[in-house]
Write a protein that binds this ligand. Structure first.
Ligand code: NOJ
Ligand code: CA
Length: 600
C-alpha cells in the first residue's frame, strides 16, 4: 500500500528527449519538463491536456445552410481557448455521402463540401495553433463509404485490383431466398440486420459491421494498410496532432470468419474486436506513422476489456497512447436498453482502472460524446432545480479523476437531452434501422422504443450548439437547422453563460485551470475512500506532499457526511456551491455538491 508515496521524482529520461519530431507546418507547444518522469509516469502533453470534442455538423453554421461547418468552428476558437482546453478532437470532416454523418468516408483527402474547403481546414488549423491548442482528427478506417473509389472499383468485378481492398465472400446457396443465397455467416451489423450485403453485380456478399453504405476494409491486404498510413501522413504533414481512431479494435477479422456462437452473439462488439492481427497492424502503423511525429492517439476501444487495455496502450508496446473504455459510460445500459445503476458499481469501475492500469498505461475519462446522450441528463439531474449544480459536479469529477479528460461540445453549458416525441424527430441511421427492424416488425412497441430512445439516442448529443437566445440558438441563420435545436436554448446558451461568472461554462474554465496547475490531479495516485457509499464519491489524488480530496454528492438529496481516517483540510480549492466548511468529520453536503480540498 503505497498511497502517500515517494516525493515527486523529477528525473529526466534522456532517451525520451530524442523522440520528438514535429510536423513541418507548425510549432506546437513543447512537451512539459522535457518528458520528466512524474510519480512513475512519463509526462506528455496529451496526458496534461483537456480534450474538447467538436461535432462539426452541430457546432456552428457560418453560411446559413443549417449545417455546421469549418469556418463556423474557426469563428468560435476564442470561446474554446478561453475555456482552457488544449486539444480539439474534430469528428469526421471528410468528403462523405453522410449515411452515418461523416463516419462513412468517400475521400480521405477531401473536406466534406457542406463543411467547406481545404483552405477552410488550413485556416482552422492555423487558428488553433495560433491559440496554442492542438487538433486531432477522426481516423475512420475500419470501413469506408461504399462511394469511395476503392469500393466502386472493388465491386465492379471479381478481378478488380481493388477487389481485395474489402471483404467479399460467396453466399450460401439457398434456392428459397430471392437472391438464391444466404449470407456467408451469421454476423449481425451494429446497425441492425445482417453484416453482409449481397451485391448483384458480382453475385457475392461484402462485409459491413455498420451500415450497408460502410463496407469494411480488408486490413489483411498490405496495400490497404499502406493506403491508410499514407492518408494519415497526409494530414500529419499538414500539422494535425494526432487521431481519434474509430472502432479501431475491429480492423483484424477472425480467420475464416466462422459463425458466432449464441454466447458471442450477446456481445458482438467483443466478438468482433481484438482479432488475430490487430496488434501487429497497430504496431506497423506506429512504426510507419506515429513514431515519426509528436502526436497523440486515442482508440475507440469497442469490445476491449480493461484487462486487455495494457495490451494496446502500454507505452513499451508502441501501439496507441490511450483508448476509450466504455465501462463507465455504458453503466446505464444493457445492449440498447436504458437501465438503472448504483454509485458503488460506478465507483468500482474507476477503482479497478486505477488498480489494473500501471504507470505505463495511461487512461481517459469521459462520460459523453456524439454516440451517447447528454452528460447532465444521463449522469446528473437535468431538472431545473439541479441541472446547474449537477453539471458542475460532473465537471469536477471528470477533471479530477485519473486520465486525460474528454469534454463533449455543449456539456460545458450543461446542455440537456432533447424532448423527442416521434420517430420523425430523429436523424440517426442507427435509430431508423432499428425502428424498421424492431418496431415495424412488431417486436417492440413504438411507445417503448421511443421511451428508451429519449434516454439513449445519439441524437440527444447531436442537436446544435446553443450559442445565444436568438432563433435556432444562434447556431444558424437558416430558418431550420439540420437537426432541431433544443427548445431550452433561451435559458441555456453560451452568451448567457459567458456573462455569468457563476455559470457552468465559467466553472469548467476554473476547473480546467485548476487541473492544469495541479500536477497531483494529473499524475497523482487515486484512492476511493468510501467505495460502498451510495451517494457520496470521495477520493484522494496524491503526488508526494501534494494531497487533494475530491468530495462529490451524487444525489438530489442533502447528506450529512463524516470522513474518518484523520484527513485534515487545509483549504477549499474549488466548490460548486458556496461553502466554508473545513471540518471533514462533520460535513453537510447539499444536493449535487462538489468540493475539492487541499489536505494537510
Ligand atoms: C463509432 C462512431 O463514434 C460512430 O458515430 C459511428 O457510427 C461508428 N463508429 C461507425 O463508424
Ligand atoms: Ca454551413
Amino acid at each position: 500500500m503505497n498511497l502517500y508515496r515517494a516525493a515527486l521524482a523529477l528525473i529526466v529520461a534522456p532517451s525520451l528527449l530524442l523522440a520528438v519530431s514535429y510536423a513541418q507546418t507548425a510549432t506546437p507547444p513543447q512537451p512539459s519538463a522535457h518528458n520528466a518522469i512524474v510519480n512513475g509516469y512519463q509526462s506528455q502533453w496529451w496526458k496534461e491536456a483537456v480534450v474538447y470534442q467538436v461535432y462539426p455538423r452541430s457546432f456552428k453554421d457560418s453560411n446559413g445552410d443549417g449545417i455546421g461547418d469549418l469556418p463556423g468552428i474557426t469563428s468560435k476558437l476564442d470561446y474554446l481557448q478561453k475555456l482552457g482546453v488544449k486539444v480539439i478532437w474534430l469528428s469526421p470532416h471528410f468528403d462523405s455521402p453522410n449515411a452515418d454523418n461523416g463516419y462513412d468516408i468517400r475521400d480521405y483527402r477531401k473536406v466534406m463540401t457542406e463543411f467547406g474547403t481545404m483552405a477552410d481546414f488550413d485556416a482552422l488549423l492555423a487558428g488553433i495553433k495560433q491559440r496554442h491548442m492542438r487538433l486531432i482528427i477522426d481516423l475512420v478506417v475500419n470501413h469506408s463509404s461504399d462511394e469511395h473509389k476503392w469500393f466502386v472499383e472493388s465491386r465492379s468485378s471479381k478481378d478488380s485490383p481493388y477487389r481485395d481492398y474489402y471483404i467479399w465472400r460467396p453466399g450460401k446457396p439457398n434456392p428459397a431466398s430471392p437472391t438464391g443465397f444466404d449470407p456467408p455467416n451469421n454476423y449481425p451489423s451494429f446497425f441492425s440486420g445482417s453484416a453482409w450485403q449481397y451485391d448483384p453485380g458480382t453475385k457475392e456478399y461484402y462485409l459491413h459491421y455498420f451500415a450497408v453504405k460502410q463496407p469494411d476494409l480488408n486490413w489483411d491486404n498490405p496495400k490497404v494498410r499502406a493506403e491508410v498510413f499514407d492518408l494519415m501522413k497526409f494530414w500529419l504533414d499538414k500539422g494535425v496532432d494526432g487521431f481519434r481512431m474509430d472502432v479501431i479494435p475491429l480492423i483484424s477479422k477472425r480467420a475464416g470468419l466462422p459463425d458466432l456462437t449464441p454466447e458471442e452473439l450477446k456481445n458482438v462488439g467483443k466478438a468482433y474486436a481484438n482479432g488475430p492481427h490487430m496488434q501487429e497492424y497497430l504496431q506497423e502503423m506506429n512504426r510507419n506513422v506515429m513514431a515519426k511525429y509528436d502526436v497523440m492517439t486515442v482508440g475507440e476501444a469497442l469490445g476491449i476489456s480493461l484487462q486487455q487495455t495494457p495490451s494496446i496502450v502500454d507505452d513499451r508496446r508502441h501501439e496507441l497512447n490511450m483508448i476509450f473504455n466504455f465501462d463507465a459510460i455504458r453503466i446505464n445500459r444493457e445492449g440498447r436498453q436504458w437501465k438503472s445503476w448504483t454509485l458503488p458499481e460506478f465507483k468500482a469501475i474507476y477503482a479497478e482502472h486505477a488498480s489494473k492500469l500501471d504507470v505505463h498505461s495511461w487512461d481517459t475519462v469521459f462520460l459523453s460524446n456524439h454516440d451517447n446522450p447528454r452528460l447532465v441528463s444521463s449522469f446528473g439531474d437535468d431538472s431545473p432545480a439541479f441541472r446547474v449544480a449537477s453539471a458542475k459536479l460532473l465537471a469536477t469529477m471528470l477533471l479530477s479523476l485519473r486520465g486525460t479528460p474528454f469534454i463533449y461540445q455543449g456539456d460545458e453549458l450543461g446542455m440537456t437531452n432533447y424532448p423527442f416525441k416521434a420517430i420523425g424527430d430523429f436523424d440517426d441511421i442507427e435509430v431508423k434501422n432499428a425502428y424498421k427492424a424492431d418496431v415495424l416488425t412488431g417486436k417492440v412497441s413504438e411507445q417503448a422504443y421511443l421511451a428508451n430512445l429519449r434516454h439513449m439516442s445519439r441524437d440527444n448529443a447531436r442537436t446544435p450548439m446553443q450559442w445565444d437566445g436568438s432563433s435556432n440558438g444562434g447556431f444558424t441563420t437558416a430558418p431550420k437547422a439540420w437537426l432541431a435545436v433544443n427548445p431550452n436554448y433561451k435559458e441555456i446558451n453560451a452568451k448567457e453563460e459567458l456573462a455569468d461568472p457563476d455559470s457552468i461554462y465559467n466553472y469548467y474554465r476554473r476547473m480546467i485551470a485548476l487541473r492544469d496547475h495541479t500536477p497531483a490531479l494529473i499524475y497523482g495516485d487515486y484512492k476511493d475512500i468510501d467505495p460502498q457509499n451510495k451517494a457520496i464519491f470521495p477520493y484522494t489524488r496524491v503526488l508526494g506532499q501534494e494531497k487533494y480530496l475530491v468530495i462529490l454528492n451524487l444525489s438530489s438529496d442533502p447528506v450529512s457526511y463524516s470522513l474518518s481516517g484523520g484527513l485534515k483540510a487545509r483549504a477549499i480549492v474549488i466548490s460548486n456551491l458556496p461553502t466554508a466548511e473545513k471540518d471533514l468529520s462533520n460535513l453537510k453536503l447539499r444536493a449535487w455538491e462538489a468540493r475539492v480540498y487541499k489536505l494537510e
